[in-house]
Write a protein that binds this ligand. Structure first.
Ligand code: MF3
Ligand code: CO
Length: 258
């Protein structure tokens, strides 16, 4: 598809800097995910850190499809059955046993990167431990399948097989995406095999936000009343990790690591 942008070496270098900033911020936030903390406190810290590092939060004010005022925070904090786009409200308090997803985008010199980490709070259930681990494995197995000449479905099958083998379903209504000059760009990066949408050939210089989303129960999801937070329909756990990668001649480079 010709509408997928190929980034220059300079653009990728900027994304590498931004991605490193983002990874550093997520690691700092990880240490602050503790019982009694509010999601709003994490968001406040995320904002301070991103501005102090000469970057800005990509999600703040972001309005997909021209939606109203846009997203009201820098950080998405999604807990347990919440999948993505959890708003870091003051009354969203972290508890022992929670499975917390921190998702953030960083804009540096007009280029964006996007990443998500999961954090278990204190002692978490065996089920929570498992979905957190398998979701991360899905991401890395998917990353191993990214290379020039491969197609999106090669990535998707690696993710889908591993999730299913472990008894998890794959979210279908939310997908990864191209990223770079904007936070969301073509192509859609599905996490499950799709004959048509998955048939996009990868090329050197494409930059993608890979984000497998796997559910403990059914794949069905719904949008909560706040208009942002997506949750599992059956109330069971979701697992979600994300990295931004650049396709290179040998495979890919993870940009959102320290
Ligand atoms: N990381 C999120 C995604 O790829 C982007 C969230 S934008 C927000 O879907 F505005 F919803 F926060
Ligand atoms: Co994303």
């Amino acid at each position: 598809m010709s509408n997928i942008s190929i980034k220059s070496r300079e653009e990728i270098e900027i994304m590498r800097e931004g991605g490193r900033i983002l990874a550093g911020i997520l690691e700092k936030l990880r240490a602050e995910v503790k019982p009694g903390r509010s999601a709003q406190e994490l968001d406040k810290l995320a904002r301070e850190l991103v501005f102090s590092r000469g970057a800005r939060p990509s999600f703040l004010g972001y309005a997909p499809n021209g939606r109203g005022e846009g997203y009201p925070a820098a950080l998405c904090v999604s807990i347990n059955d919440e999948i993505v786009h959890g708003i870091p409200e003051k009354n969203k308090i972290i508890s022992e046993g929670d499975l917390v997803k921190l998702d953030m985008g960083v804009e540096r010199k007009k280029m964006h990167t996007d990443a998500t980490i999961m954090v278990g709070v204190g002692k978490i259930s065996v089920a929570a431990e498992k979905i957190m681990k398998v979701a991360e494995e899905c991401l890395y197995l998917g990353i191993d399948a990214i290379a020039p000449g491969k197609i999106i479905s090669d990535y998707a099958c690696a993710v889908e097989d591993h999730a299913k083998k472990n008894g998890f379903s794959i979210v279908r209504d939310l997908v990864g995406h191209g990223v770079g000059r904007s936070i969301h760009e073509p192509p859609q990066v599905l996490n499950y095999f799709h004959k048509k949408l998955g048939n996009v050939t990868l090329k050197v210089g494409m930059t993608l936000a890979l984000e497998p989303m796997i559910n403990e129960g059914g794949y069905e999801i719904y949008l909560a009343d706040d208009g942002w937070t997506y949750k599992t329909l059956d109330g069971k756990l979701n697992g979600h990790w994300e990295h931004t990668v650049a396709v290179t001649k040998d495979g890919c480079e993870i940009l959102t690591k320290i």
